[in-house]
Ligand binder design. Structure first.
Ligand SMILES: CSCCC(=O)C(=O)COP(=O)(O)O
Ligand SMILES: [Zn+2]
Length: 204
């Protein structure tokens, strides 16, 4: 069963992300985990800034819609991969911001270092830290893309989130709120990297 409070949090996050320009058109998708075999996820093609509870639907852990008449996000399998790989993941956000799109087109991975906001990420307690956000090649075959991400995660990459080239960012957390804080923090740091590159101060 859906959780009304967490559904409301996803809907509110969609409004915020749209105001910030992170989910243009019907880009982006959001989910939260209900149990080991139930995920609430946005339906495909809806506007993430104008979500209502009717735009959320249930899928199982393999990404199959519980109501087969409905079509879940085209990227459902990327959400399923995260929940399968990280038992602490309870919510996933995917955004299409200008910063994540531009940086993912110009870098092969993104190193974020010496930002106070890094402390919102798992296991980081000081700004004197660095994380590597990998960039995966975009692929319209989402099962293949999910397998690519899974192989990298098994190899220790992408622990804090990942970029898809020319496409966007995936981030998760142990609650809807934490996942939202993390996407806000990463988008902020990406914006800083973009500004730094513009003025010639990138550390990459
Ligand atoms: C028009 S955006 C292209 C699809 C995409 O990248 C996305 O995030 C939204 O797809 P969904 O099926 O989840 O609406
Ligand atoms: Zn997308």
């Amino acid at each position: 069963m859906m959780d009304a409070s967490r559904s409301e949090s996803l809907i509110a996050a969609g409004r915020l992300f749209h105001q910030r320009g992170w989910v243009p058109a019907s880009g982006g998708n959001f989910s939260y985990k209900i149990s080991t075999d139930r995920i609430a996820i946005t339906a495909s093609g809806c506007h993430k800034g104008e979500l209502s509870a009717e735009n959320l639907m249930l899928v199982d852990s393999a990404g199959a819609a519980i109501d087969p008449a409905r079509r879940s996000s085209a990227e459902t399998l990327l959400h399923c991969q995260i929940y399968a790989r990280d038992p602490l993941a309870a919510a996933v956000f995917h955004t299409h911001s200008v910063a994540s799109t531009v940086l993912s087109r110009t870098r092969n991975s993104l190193r974020l270092a010496d930002f106070e906001l890094l402390k919102i990420l798992e296991g980081i307690e000081t700004h004197e830290a660095a994380v590597e956000i990998p960039v995966f090649e975009n692929d319209q075959d989402i099962r293949r893309l999910a397998a690519q991400v899974d192989a990298a995660m098994l190899n220790g990459q992408g622990r804090h989130g990942y970029l898809i080239r020319g496409h966007g960012l995936y981030v998760w957390g142990s609650s809807v709120e934490l996942a939202r804080y993390r996407i806000e923090a990463l988008e902020f740091m990406f914006q800083c990297e973009l500004e730094a590159a513009r003025v010639g101060g990138s550390s990459d």
